[in-house]
Design a binder for this molecule. Sequence first.
Ligand SMILES: NC(=O)c1ccc[n+]([C@@H]2O[C@H](COP(=O)([O-])OP(=O)(O)OC[C@H]3O[C@@H](n4cnc5c(N)ncnc54)[C@H](OP(=O)(O)O)[C@@H]3O)[C@@H](O)[C@H]2O)c1
Length: 265
Amino acid sequence: MATPILMLGAGRMGGAILDGWARADAFAPAELIIVDPQPSEAALAMQAAGAALNPSDADLAAAGTVMLCVKPQTWQEAAARYAPLLAADAVVVSIAAGVTSGAIAAAFGGRAVARVMPTTAAAIGQGTASLYASDPSARARARMLFEPLGAVVDLADEAQMHAATAVSGSGPAYLYAFIEALEAAAAGAGLRPDEASRLARSTVIGAAALLAQGKAEPSDLRRQVTSPGGTTEAALNVLLGERGLPSLLREAVGAAIRRSKELGA
Ligand SMILES: NC(=O)c1ccc[n+]([C@@H]2O[C@H](COP(=O)([O-])OP(=O)(O)OC[C@H]3O[C@@H](n4cnc5c(N)ncnc54)[C@H](OP(=O)(O)O)[C@@H]3O)[C@@H](O)[C@H]2O)c1
């Protein structure tokens, strides 16, 4: 691995990556350089363990790998500021939603680029990272960064990053929104708020854990808890109806894809 690894921006997602690396003991903190004007707790913890935080510009030329973890709205500003300070052979790994590898390579003086769409569960080693790079060495570099953080899905075509972003990058928020709605429905059905949240959360976590065992498809697990003419079937007739989950998720994923394309334009 070409180290040191320079992380430009260590907010919510960059911080989750730092936490995940620390948990997996993936890289020695002394191999990390973090640049962020408002360091998150994760960045400060990594600094306490030995990482360099906001060093002088001259120190950035040592980085072999550069992780671009600022918001898509500010990536160009960060690229303009830091690209001139980097080594010519530094590889750039970007997590900016929607921004193409061509645009990033151009802004970083033609350096090799990989794109990754991670999830914040990287912080606990259960992340999902969709990855694209046309350059095989940049792809290998990105794999080494994200394999310690959970599942890595290699995409063959960069255009698929929009769909991967819509399904996986944004996906955790869909599930949290589902849980919030289930809690609200439980409270609306007369359960105390604390009971409503315990029931909804523990049920979702248990159902996901069963799926994680990998012994059954979601459709099998659904059928196992759906007796003909029973309560679950009554609810699923609503949820899977014409304006139900399948069409809602198609629309939601479509909206996220459109936004991903706008952000990259
Ligand atoms: N959050 C997610 O779940 C998620 C999932 C997948 C991908 N991503 C991608 O991850 C990227 C970061 O998102 P985020 O949610 O982590 O954003 P965030 O919490 O705002 O983190 C970005 C950090 O970068 C800092 N920053 C801004 N400009 C900088 C510069 N020029 N140099 C160095 N640091 C700078 C910000 O500081 P200030 O606060 O001072 O601006 C902030 O601390 C985005 O491109 C997003 O598409 C996020």
